[in-house]
Design a protein around this ligand. Structure first.
Ligand code: HEC
Length: 128
């Protein structure tokens, strides 16, 4: 009995560790989010601070919208005046032009809610 408890305890620990490395509080799978980010990577740097076609996403969760110095934002993005959160990033990525009419981000949107949740989990983890 004692041995059984020890073994099942160890299994629970392994399971917890697996969850901790792939999921965040919002439940997104950051490992899968990394593959989804391939669709953003042509235009967005993640954490070196470099401007590509779009502004860097360094520290994007919690960052003020339209705030990268020297980046030529659309008037719509400049006027939005929000702090990016997992919730509004999800809305923006679902349909950029619906969430910010007039945005110059040439991206149609990610229709799959799980892809978006996983991508946001990855941004939270990797875009420092
Ligand atoms: C073809 C290039 C391109 C692709 C692909 C693209 N973006 Fe963008 N992104 C831009 C541009 C350009 C802007 C600036 C938009 C504006 O000023 O209206 C932008 C703006 C943003 C912003 C606002 C940044 C800020 O400083 O407020 C976020 C967040 C963002 N993109 C996330 C993403 C994510 C996540 C993806 C992938 C799902 C993605 N983008 C795909 C070009 C792109």
């Amino acid at each position: 009995m004692k041995i059984f408890a020890a073994v099942s305890g160890a299994c629970a620990l392994v399971a917890l560790a697996a969850v901790a490395t792939t999921a965040n509080a919002a439940g997104g799978d950051a490992a899968h989010g990394k593959t989804v980010f391939a669709r953003c990577a042509a235009c967005h740097d993640l954490n070196s601070g470099r401007t590509v076609l779009g502004p860097t996403l360094k520290g994007i969760v919690g960052r003020q919208s339209g705030s990268v110095a020297g980046f030529s934002y659309s008037p719509a993005m400049k006027a939005k005046g929000i702090a990016w959160t997992p919730a509004n990033l999800d809305q923006f990525i679902a349909s950029p032009t619906k969430y910010i009419p007039g945005t110059r981000m040439p991206f149609a949107g990610l229709p799959d809610a799980k892809d978006r949740a996983d991508l946001v989990a990855y941004l939270q983890q990797a875009a420092h």
